[in-house]
Design a protein around this ligand. Structure first.
Ligand SMILES: Cc1cc2nc3c(=O)[nH]c(=O)nc-3n(C[C@H](O)[C@H](O)[C@H](O)COP(=O)(O)OP(=O)(O)OC[C@H]3O[C@@H](n4cnc5c(N)ncnc54)[C@H](O)[C@@H]3O)c2cc1C
Ligand SMILES: NC(=O)c1ccc[n+]([C@@H]2O[C@H](COP(=O)([O-])OP(=O)(O)OC[C@H]3O[C@@H](n4cnc5c(N)ncnc54)[C@H](O)[C@@H]3O)[C@@H](O)[C@H]2O)c1
Length: 455
């Protein structure tokens, strides 16, 4: 690893700012292809996913599921064990492993805060470097703290997901603000270990950007494990850990704020960019710029690790002379609760916004042979499982899908490819699905849509 001073005045083919799920694979691919690449990171090499986001939350969800199914120890002890497993899984938030991977790829690495001026990147205000081919911005996104009276990020007892997923504390009461991916996943985690969780969502449903029935189904599943789900609820005031909504005032022990993220664009105006309106073209090039690209959560396009990885591949291809346009349509949106949610493509609302007429059909996957077999072993397993297909009513092409059920991230994944490939509901209806799999539930709604479209 280099210090900023060691590379002062140097030129690189490509400079990548941020080494998360977008910047790290991009820098590595370009360096392996022989480009001279500088990657600048001010915090952890590897970004958030491996240390305080995807990986620790999934580790806690697996432990929580195991504890609910087979409680081998009291809640507090089981939580301590889960936290120990989580911390081992995330290398105790130590990033040398990620740095070594990048160095092995031949990337020049600097731990520094990057700032900008036209054509230049400044490192900790101590050194200046320039690029020949491209500057790639991969600076991620930060948790939003909504403008609610008395609410600040640093107030005692206020958590973001970074704090929750680094903490070993199991509060007796946890209030979560926001019923999106983070809110739902962490509500399941904490409730499973006996914490009294209240989940406040201002929209009428959990996961409000998805088909409404998905959020309603998930809300019931969370209530079944003890989460107090309150949708259509606005938090209006925070005094210490006393919370006021229109329904009254209650105390909590920790308040986890999970109401979305905003792109990190500090200082981008010095590059001639509009920090409040950063848009990219189909090659992830910042609109209005020749040699500046943006990838990952910064773009707000599919803010997932697989979305960031994909965007990195698009930029690498462009810079290595085999450019192709990005197609984001088949990117799955998964919430790893149990039951798990997978959605892809359009919802009825987004399709209507694009003036596309839709036909939809849904089936209850608890009627499959797979579900019946599972119930012979676990008669008390009443988890919901369902799938909905959304077709373009004029062409019969599948343009969206929504699924919920045990491991829906796996068995519904074919729908992501189907949406991207523009598969028709007729083809989907014709496709054999393995017996006895949950995916058999795809056939009935596909047949229903195919029949309706024939009429
Ligand atoms: C709790 C949680 C759970 C999640 N679970 C999943 C999941 O299960 N599956 C999934 O696909 N996605 C999940 N996500 C989303 C996923 O973590 C992100 O989409 C992904 O990590 C974004 O990668 P990125 O490279 O864009 O940003 P980041 O990983 O945030 O990387 C950006 C990097 O840029 C650095 N940086 C910023 N500004 C500067 C600067 N000026 N100078 C130098 N460095 C700078 C930052 O320090 C940071 O390391 C989850 C997110 C959260 C919060
Ligand atoms: N499994 C995954 O892929 C996964 C898991 C966790 C997080 N993430 C990503 O991390 C990012 C942040 O997640 P998130 O859950 O914070 O964001 P989100 O956008 O998914 O959900 C935020 C939720 O907060 C609600 N909300 C907004 N303001 C509110 C208010 N004042 N009071 C109550 N509710 C309010 C919104 O209606 C929305 O439902 C997202 O990009 C998400 O995709 C992904």
């Amino acid at each position: 690893m280099k210090s900023a001073a060691e590379i002062d005045g140097e030129r690189f083919d490509v400079i990548v700012i941020g080494t998360g799920s977008a910047g790290k694979p991009l820098a590595g691919e370009l360096a392996r292809a022989g480009r001279r690449v500088l990657a600048v990171e001010r915090h952890r090499f590897g970004g958030e996913c491996a240390y305080v986001a995807c990986v620790p939350s999934k580790s806690m969800l697996v432990s929580a599921r195991q504890h609910r199914a087979h409680p081998a120890a009291p809640d507090a002890e089981a939580f301590r064990t889960a936290v120990a497993v989580r911390d081992k899984t995330v290398w105790h938030r130590e990033d040398l492993h990620a740095a070594k991977g990048m160095l092995d790829d031949g990337v020049v690495l600097v731990r520094a805060d990057a700032t900008f001026s036209p054509g230049e990147v400044h490192l900790d205000h101590e050194a200046t470097v320039r690029w020949n081919d491209a500057l790639v911005l991969a600076t991620g996104a930060d948790a939003v703290i909504p403008p609610i009276e008395g609410l600040t990020k640093d107030a005692p007892g206020v958590w973001t997901s970074d704090v929750a997923l680094s903490s070993d504390e199991l509060p007796a009461r946890l209030t979560i603000l926001g019923g999106g991916a983070i809110g739902c996943e962490l509500a399941e985690v904490y409730a499973s270990f006996g914490c009294r969780v209240t989940l406040l969502e201002s929209a009428p449903n959990l996961l409000p950007r998805e088909q409404p029935w998905l959020g309603e189904t998930l809300a019931q599943a969370l209530r079944d494990i003890g989460v107090d789900v309150r949708t259509g609820t606005e938090l209006t005031k925070v005094e210490g850990l006393r919370l006021t909504t229109r329904n009254g005032t209650e105390d909590t022990d920790r308040l986890l704020v999970a109401v979305g993220k905003k792109p990190v664009t500090t200082g981008f105006e010095a590059l001639g960019l509009d920090p409040d309106n950063l848009t990219v073209d189909a090659r992830m090039r910042v609109k209005g710029s020749r040699d500046i690209f943006a990838v990952g959560d910064l773009t707000a396009i599919n803010p997932y690790t697989h979305g960031a990885n994909y965007q990195a591949r698009i930029v690498a291809a462009e810079l290595l002379g085999r450019g192709r346009d990005a197609d984001h349509s088949g990117t799955p949106r998964v919430v790893y609760t149990d039951p798990t949610v997978l959605a892809v493509g359009e919802t009825e609302k987004t399709a209507a916004d694009h003036h596309v007429r839709t036909s939809t059909a849904r089936s209850d996957a608890t009627g499959t042979t797979r579900a019946a077999v599972e119930r012979t072993v676990n008669p008390d397993d009443h988890r919901p499982a369902a799938i909905e297909l959304i077709a373009d009513a004029d062409t019969g092409v599948l343009i969206g899908a929504a699924a919920i059920g045990p491991e829906a991230d796996s068995w519904a994944a074919e729908l992501a490819l189907a949406v991207r490939a523009g598969v028709t509901v007729q083809a989907l209806a014709d496709q054999p699905h393995a017996f006895p799999s949950w995916a058999e539930a795809i056939t009935a709604p596909a047949q229903e849509l195919a029949a309706a479209l024939r009429e």
